[in-house]
Ligand binder design. Structure first.
Ligand SMILES: NC(=O)c1ccc[n+]([C@@H]2O[C@H](COP(=O)([O-])OP(=O)(O)OC[C@H]3O[C@@H](n4cnc5c(N)ncnc54)[C@H](O)[C@@H]3O)[C@@H](O)[C@H]2O)c1
Length: 401
């Protein structure tokens, strides 16, 4: 960490950050551009009138052309020069200037990178899932814990405006007793077989052997969303499917889809609430958003999308009568009220990055650790097992440190 000064009274504390694998979809868009560079552009993280935290990134990866292009595209408009980059990860790992190691490479690559960063004594932050198996995710968590390293996993959905609105409604006791929760996630991901409709997600997402599958991908999110918004999960039953058996890869060649691309799950919470989540890359959207979560309570309901949320209280609830012989007299959408934005909502990834950097520099709490992330991997693993064995399974506590 370096100490410098901008202006007469403000101290700027620089935090060197190794950004590994950020040439990918999530790494470039969410982590480099919308988080780290956005923080630099806003003048760092303002901690107080006297102190700012300023990220100082270096890009690492395998492909020099991709790294150079990323550095030259995004460096000059933000810092007036290309961003630093290298294909030799060991160099910044050995450099004390870099305190933080971040990884957004593929899920199966994560373990060896976390090990390297652990040996180098860096604070470690990474994309979810940390691994595809709970024992491996837990092993990585323990590595950090035993070395006393600060660590975290991306749990971005918690800071989506829609999820924050649900949390606010709970805090206001809007729902009464929550009876059930229904999550609908998904959209059509093109197979790439029609040339003018290219696939919009990486092909490894559809190959189990490369860490793909919608259960591994999405159950990690559902775990922390449910734990944080609705309460701890006691048991689950799940079923998946590979709906589109063949897709076209980045190189234009067909490949066999070996991973699940749709999944249907019921999570029973310790307090008895039922949360049902459908996840699919093979569905067409006719709802308010790509993810909607409906919460039904005795005194009111809410449907939240990524940004907006709509509510209907008990007193505004219509009384429909079943009669398919006449056109539906009620426009059900009109009975819901859109919530105003209570505050300014920033990019969810950026918010979590700021919290992690404050944790690193100022020792502020950061509960979204690799261990918490391992709970998501555990849920995914149990989901796959439930599907395989066609039965309900309990969700046990993860082993201790
Ligand atoms: N938080 C979220 O909502 C969210 C959404 C999508 C993906 N993800 C996660 O983010 C990670 C990346 O996903 P993506 O969709 O960006 O995939 P991607 O394939 O677009 O990106 C992966 C990147 O890692 C690089 N890479 C692979 N092996 C590497 C190695 N050995 N060394 C250095 N770089 C390497 C690839 O070249 C690529 O640039 C995955 O773990 C995925 O599960 C999270």
């Amino acid at each position: 960490m370096q100490f410098g000064s901008i202006g007469a009274h403000v101290e700027t504390r620089t935090i060197g950050i190794i950004l590994n694998g950020v040439t990918g979809r999530m790494g470039t868009n969410q982590h480099l551009v919308r988080s780290i560079l956005a923080i630099i552009r806003q003048g760092g993280i303002k901690v107080s009138d006297d102190l700012r935290l300023m990220p100082d990134p270096i890009l690492t990866g395998r492909n020099p052309e991709k790294l150079r292009s990323l550095s030259e595209t995004h460096g000059p408009p933000t810092i007036g020069k290309p961003l630093r980059w290298t294909t030799d990860l060991n160099a910044p790992l050995a450099d004390k200037q870099y305190q933080v190691f971040f990884d957004a490479s593929g899920t199966l690559q994560r373990g060896p990178f976390v090990e390297m960063a652990d040996k180098a004594g860096k604070a470690i932050y990474c994309e979810k899932p940390a691994a595809v198996e709970a024992t491996e995710a837990l092993r990585l968590a323990r590595l950090c814990e035993r070395a006393g390293l600060k660590n975290g996993v991306v749990q971005d959905k918690l800071w989506l405006p829609g999820m924050r609105k649900i949390r606010m409604l709970r805090q206001q006791e809007f729902f009464g007793k929550i009876l059930s929760v229904r999550g609908e996630f998904g959209y059509w991901v093109f197979s790439g077989q029609i040339e003018d409709q290219p696939a919009q997600r990486p092909s490894w997402n559809y190959r189990k052997e490369d860490g793909g599958g919608i259960i591994v991908d999405m159950f990690c999110h559902w775990r922390y969303v449910i734990d944080n918004l609705f309460g701890p999960i006691q048991s689950l039953v799940a079923c998946g499917s590979t709906d589109v058996p063949e897709r076209i890869a980045e190189d234009g060649k067909p490949y066999k889809a070996t991973a699940d691309d749709s999944a249907y799950a019921i999570f029973r919470l310790k307090d008895g609430t039922l949360c049902q989540f459908n996840s699919s890359w093979c569905t067409r959207v006719r709802r308010d958003d790509l993810l909607t979560i409906q919460v039904d309570g005795t005194r009111g309901s809410c449907v939240a999308g990524l940004r907006e949320a709509w509510v209907q209280s008990l007193s505004e609830t219509p009384k429909p009568v079943w009669n398919p012989d006449i056109p539906q007299p009620i426009n059900f959408f009109e009975g819901w009220q859109k919530l105003p934005n209570a505050t300014e909502y920033e990019n969810a990834f950026k918010i979590q990055w700021e919290l992690f950097l404050r944790h690193v520099a100022l020792d502020e709490p950061f509960p979204w650790t690799l261990r918490e992330g391992a709970k998501g991997v555990q849920l995914a693993e149990l989901g796959l097992q439930s599907w395989r064995e066609r039965r309900w399974l309990d969700v046990p506590e993860l082993e201790g440190a």
